[in-house]
Write a protein that binds this ligand. Structure first.
Ligand code: PLP
Length: 381
């Protein structure tokens, strides 16, 4: 099997599974229980919280566990809008390429009377910090920007926008969806300047069903749920101890190798780009400049062959790629159209996303299979 859909999810690491297993078999107590088993479970959570806090350069009390980045972003945006979006402060600024978890949440807030400004990339498919800054004013309560976009891998100028906004409009709340950047490129609070950061465990060899929200000290959020006192009562409900412990372990495994992996992955991406550039009828949808794109994602279109046809052709050869965001399940990508990719090419988009396990041989096999597909499938449009 050749797995090249790591932006959708990653294979849980062995030590991650072991860690979750410990919490499922021996240390299965409820962390709220006052007896020894409860305390043991609580210690697993404490360890994971510290691990994630350290990786971001913050204090453990600023990390809140959720069921995943979708919940983190819902809590961040709805929770902040409820507190800070009062009276005239109804403007929210975002990019036009956000993941559905942010995009749909902001659509819902729009229905409730918020004004959503969606910033588009320039004609080269790059976001200009200036466009976000220009859109902000004293009526803005919130800015939400993703750091690495999940369909083409483009990087957004979040550190610059947040730094400049922080100076000009210190009262605006700054949220970043860092899911596709975390543990891949450096994500540090000091450089990012965010008030709220959404993270997901299963994108970094953790387990599906848990994520985190960084909340800067002093930021208030209206909880989405009511219940017990867990997670400072901002996110009540018994903590998913095995998943949280596994998240901490995934971070422990990954955090010291970010620069090496970045370099190795860039070399793999460059290799794939070179192979693709030699193929007729293949158009690249990702940015090739490493200053503007993550090395972990390559998006291209094979002219005349619809994404799902190519995807299933590759699947028969046990090569797993994606047609875009896994969450869009074949629905048309608004993200590619934001980059002005014509519909005829967007319909044929293939997303390849790497992990450190990806090899150059696998990329050779992929490109060979795509070329074969091009020959065999062209009449099946
Ligand atoms: N944000 C981005 C950029 C993503 O790629 C994803 C997952 O595809 C999410 C958020 C949602 O994460 P989760 O699956 O943890 O809810």
């Amino acid at each position: 099997m050749i797995y090249l859909d790591n932006a959708a999810t990653t294979r849980p690491a062995e030590s991650v599974i072991r860690k979750a297993g410990e919490c499922l078999t021996e240390h299965f107590g409820n962390p709220s229980s006052l007896h020894k088993l409860g305390l043991e479970a609580e210690l697993y959570i404490r360890e994971a919280r510290k691990m994630i806090a350290d990786s971001l350069g913050t204090e453990p009390e600023n990390i809140l566990f959720t069921s995943g980045a979708t919940e983190s972003s819902n809590l961040a945006l709805r929770g902040a809008a409820a507190v800070y979006g009062k009276r005239k402060k109804k403007k929210i600024i975002t990019s036009a390429v956000e993941h559905a978890s942010v995009r749909s949440t902001l659509n819902a807030l729009e229905q409730q009377g918020f004004e959503i400004i969606r910033i588009l990339p320039d004609e080269h498919g790059r976001f200009q910090a200036e466009d976000f800054i220009r859109a902000a004013d004293e009526n803005t309560c919130l800015i939400s920007m993703m750091l690495a976009e999940n369909e083409t891998g483009r990087l957004l100028p979040v550190p610059e926008v947040f730094r400049r906004i922080r100076k000009k409009f210190p009262e605006i709340i700054l949220h970043c969806d860092a899911v596709q950047a975390y543990m891949k490129i450096p994500v540090r609070i000091k450089e990012l300047n965010a008030d709220l950061i959404s993270l997901s465990s299963h994108k970094i060899h953790g387990i599906k069903g848990t994520g985190a929200l960084y909340i800067r000290k002093g930021i208030r959020l209206t909880p989405l749920l009511t219940g017990g006192k867990q997670e400072n009562a901002i996110r009540p409900g018994t903590e998913a101890v095995p998943l949280i412990a596994a998240f901490g372990e995934a971070v422990r495994l990954m955090q010291n190798s970010i620069p090496e992996r970045l370099e190795q992955t860039q070399a793999k991406k460059d290799y794939l780009l070179k192979l693709l550039s030699d193929m007729p009828e293949v158009v690249l949808n990702s940015d090739t400049d490493k200053n503007y794109s993550s090395p972990y994602i390559v998006n291209f279109s094979v002219k005349g062959i619809r994404s799902e046809i190519m995807l299933h052709y590759l699947e028969q050869k046990e090569i797993y790629v994606s047609s875009g965001s896994a969450c869009s399940k074949g629905a048309k990508s608004g993200v590619l159209s934001a980059y002005r990719v014509p519909d005829s090419l967007a319909d044929c988009a293939v997303r390849v996303s790497f992990s450190e396990e990806t090899t150059v041989q696998e990329l050779d096999t992929l490109v060979q299979a795509v070329a074969e597909g091009q020959k065999n499938l062209i009449h099946k449009k």
